[in-house]
Design a protein around this ligand. Structure first.
Ligand code: NDP
Ligand code: 8X3
Length: 250
């Protein structure tokens, strides 16, 4: 039986992925900061698979290493790492950008992903295999107005996805990215700091992706035979043509 560690499992894409992988019979290590949500999800998914929760902030490097190295033997062998935790903070022209927002996006989306990965590389290298899936974004393929630092953080994820695939190649470790377009999660609530009205508008007038759509694609990616690695995938709602063009019904 395989074990997957999912960061950002308390909401959106991460949470949906946990449910889908549980249905595939994959044991789970669920990570996030909101402990009550981790506990509730563990309760739900434990009916199908073994589940362990790790409550930590990916920005805190000591916590990251402490938590991941504290895993009990049963969960100590991680076959699949899903680097999903992340968010946008703010949507301002770069000249008006809030420096705390910039720090949050770089610290979480880039440095957090690096810390978690670094804590898990040694065991994947020593067993000569593993699968890392980095959740990038269309924002990491094309910059859009006011996306500036969020886009930069996701371009960094794209670069790190390529870098991991190159440097880990000789160890038999698969590395690939799934890059979603507009997906209705808590993402815009976080971006607009709890302003639900503003967040709602992002997904109005068309059918956005659901987190389950991305989770289903992740299920496909992790269930390919060993010799098949899905290296880089872009997924958008049909109504979306690129980062700026979305066909909305009036
Ligand atoms: P959600 O806001 O619904 O989920 C974000 C998840 O990340 C939560 O589980 C949250 O958990 C976790 N997280 C955020 N900050 C931290 C932190 N400092 N430490 C640990 N965990 C953290 O958004 P999505 O599901 O949409 O986002 C998941 C990923 O998908 C992100 O990387 C995002 O950039 C990417 N993405 C999203 C798109 C979209 O349109 N929604 C499109 C393209 C990519 P908690 O708060 O409990 O810590
Ligand atoms: C999330 C998609 O277009 O809101 O990464 O940046 S977008």
């Amino acid at each position: 039986m395989k074990t997957a560690l999912i960061t950002g499992a308390t909401s959106g894409i991460g949470r949906a992925t946990a449910s889908v992988l549980a249905r595939e019979g994959i044991n789970l290590i669920l990570c996030g900061r909101r402990e009550e949500r981790l506990i509730a999800l563990k309760k739900e998914l434990s009916k199908r698979v073994a589940v362990y929760t790790l409550c930590f902030d990916v920005r805190e490097k000591d916590q990251v290493f402490e938590k991941i190295t504290s895993l009990p033997d049963k969960f100590g062998k991680i076959d699949i790492l899903i680097n999903n935790a992340g968010n946008a903070h703010g949507l301002d022209p770069i000249q008006d950008g809030n420096i705390d927002d910039w720090d949050a996006m770089i610290d979480i989306n880039v440095k957090g992903l690096l810390y978690v990965s670094k804590a898990i590389f040694p065991q994947m290298i020593s067993k000569g295999g593993g699968h890392i899936i980095n959740i990038g974004s269309t924002a990491g393929k094309e910059v859009y107005p006011n996306g500036n630092v969020y886009c930069a953080s996701k371009y960094a994820v794209d670069a790190l996805n390529q870098a991991m695939r190159i440097d880990l190649n000789k160890y038999g470790i698969k590395v690939g990215a799934v890059n979603p377009g507009l997906t209705k999660t808590e993402f815009s609530e976080v971006r607009f700091k709890g302003d639900s009205e503003k967040a709602k508008h992002v997904y109005e007038g068309y059918t956005p992706l659901r987190p389950e759509d991305i989770a289903d694609i992740i299920r496909f990616v992790v269930t390919r035979p060993y010799h098949v690695n899905i290296a880089d995938l872009i997924v958008m709602p049909t109504a979306q043509a690129n980062s700026s063009i979305v066909h909305r019904e009036k």
